[in-house]
Design a protein around this ligand. Sequence first.
Ligand code: NAD
Ligand code: IPM
Ligand code: MN
Length: 352
Amino acid sequence: MKTYRIATIPGDGIGKEVVPEAMRVLDALAQLDGGFQFEWDILPWGCDYYLEHGEMMPEDGLEILKKYDQIFLGAVGLPELVPDHISLWGLLIKIRRGLKQQINVRPAKLLQGLESPLKNPGNFDIVVVRENSEGEYSDSGGRMHSGSDEIAIQNAVFTRKGTERAIAYACELASKRSKKITSVTKSNGLSHSMPFWDDVFHDVVSKYDELQQSSAHIDAMAAYMIMKPAEYDVVVASNLFGDILTDIGGAIMGSIGIAPAANLNVEREYPSMFEPVHGSAPDIAGLGVANPLGQIWTGKLMLDFLGHEQLGEKLLSAIEYTLKSNIKTKDLKGSATTTEVTDALIAYLKQS
Ligand code: NAD
Ligand code: IPM
Ligand code: MN
């Protein structure tokens, strides 16, 4: 039987609560399939690890991860004890960059049973393709001088290769979906958007005659995601703009806690990392009320990437079943616990 070896990093806060739930769901699906199994190796990396060892993961952490088929991560961050720039750059961003997970795919779809806070959400089904390795998150700049003369420089480094890669991935995806693509920039204000990103977008998209293309500024796009999300399909954006748009994507689905994500090493040279959009939610950690659906839906993205798309569809139907049955956590205005949602979902999978 095929065994997928998964490096499993629950991380911090609610990551530790939702990752085991998603593992239970994925194990149940593997059992139903009968052709493969998961081997979950739990790596206790994160802020607790940092407080004990002075680093977020071992020195050879990336080498360890390279030996796995994929990585399944909860969330990182315990800002009251470890500053975010240490925890995130020491683990999450280090993995994304070190393992060349240059494409971040983040769907936002109004699943059946979800209640959008929008009055007229329409039946939106968006996939944001976020450039995941450079741009505004580049490790370039720093603080200099001191006192009232202090300045801080944060360079945004965009390479043609990286920008082309993200846009080409988005074009391919759009070709397989409704053939609509929207590029999001700040061309009126930022030099990397104008004319660089727009030029690259134009060069790449011109090879795809069948695509209906449009561009929007990030500020306007943030408003359009609220006003008319159903008009969009594939949206491609830089690292920071994609980050912001995908929390909006979560919000218009009803909760950030449901939004899934996949950090892809498209060439499959290294493992990819499957990790929801949300963070460690320290405000609700330990209460047993975290929504597990973001992590579980993220599990669907991992199944898809492993080539089990049919099982992935089954999983999405099971998520919709819990939503339609109103078995929802507090963030979705329900009263179910994290475990109750997962139990109901697994029970549905087993009898369907
Ligand atoms: P957050 O996503 O953790 O929380 C924002 C809000 O959404 C909170 O009110 C939280 O309770 C709620 N929420 C998030 N996920 C939820 C879920 N599954 N169920 C129910 N409610 C949920 O964002 P934040 O507060 O800005 O960040 C907290 C920490 O997480 C910080 O250290 C931050 O840097 C980190 N973070 C990590 C990741 C990651 O590891 N991928 C992503 C985002 C933020
Ligand atoms: C995300 C998070 C991270 C990001 C932070 C925690 C560094 O917000 O995965 O969306 O900005 O990429
Ligand atoms: Mn984010």
